[in-house]
Design a protein around this ligand. Structure first.
Ligand code: HJL
Ligand code: ZN
Length: 190
């Protein structure tokens, strides 16, 4: 019998993305897959969706921050966690995160950003809109979303509409809808 060596689990890179593994900035589906990986880290809960998000420098393709629903302390959304973590890494409060974001930042989120929260917390559409630099110019220029929010908690979500009214382009990335929705609703009563 050959001796078996346990080399441990196959490790995937979980630190900052190394240059060679950086997706092509135009490969939106690849970034959406990475956002979906984030969503799967979120604990299942009946009262919200499990969402994942990435902040990306669209000029270089660099992933600036990742986040998922309930990752940060409290009742936090994926997009909110992305912004909070990036702000924290730059010693800024979340509302000033635009001061540290590159000029051409985009956000990938498995679900359309919210415009109303049952908890009364600030919606993610507003958090995205307020990311302005010291020059007053918006830093997040585009939102790539995997699915529209299902009408379960707040009826029709007007997050996309609000973002577009504020000059932020919203782009649907097709191809992962079924998977995104099954991950998002995993903790819900069927
Ligand atoms: C998005 C998230 C998340 C939602 N949407 N885009 N990212 N959880 O991380 C939207 C849903 C709200 C409910 C409950 N979910 O989260 O409408 O408790 O989660 O404030 O309205 O509101 P709270
Ligand atoms: Zn939100």
């Amino acid at each position: 019998m050959p001796e078996e060596f346990d080399t441990g689990p196959v490790r995937t890179w979980d630190g900052p993305v190394p240059p060679a593994a950086k997706p092509d900035p135009k490969d939106h589906l690849q970034y959406m897959r990475l956002a979906l990986d984030q969503a799967q880290e979120s604990p299942p809960k009946p009262s919200n969706f499990r969402v994942g998000a990435l902040l990306v420098d669209a000029d270089t393709g660099t992933i600036l921050s990742r986040g998922y629903t309930l990752e940060c302390e409290g009742n936090t959304h994926a997009e909110q966690c992305c912004l909070l973590k990036f702000a924290k890494a730059h010693d800024l409060p979340e509302e000033s995160v635009g001061e540290a974001l590159p000029t051409n930042t985009v956000i990938y989120t498995t679900m359309e950003p919210c415009n109303l929260r049952l908890s009364g917390n600030l919606p993610c559409a507003d958090r995205i809109i307020r990311t302005r630099g010291k020059d007053g110019q918006p830093r997040i220029k585009k939102v790539y979303l995997g699915v529209k929010e299902p009408e379960k908690f707040v009826g029709e979500n007007e997050g996309r509409k609000k973002l577009e009214e504020n000059g932020i382009e919203c782009i649907h990335v097709p191809g992962l809808e079924d998977r995104i929705l099954s991950v998002a609703t995993a903790g819900h009563e069927q």
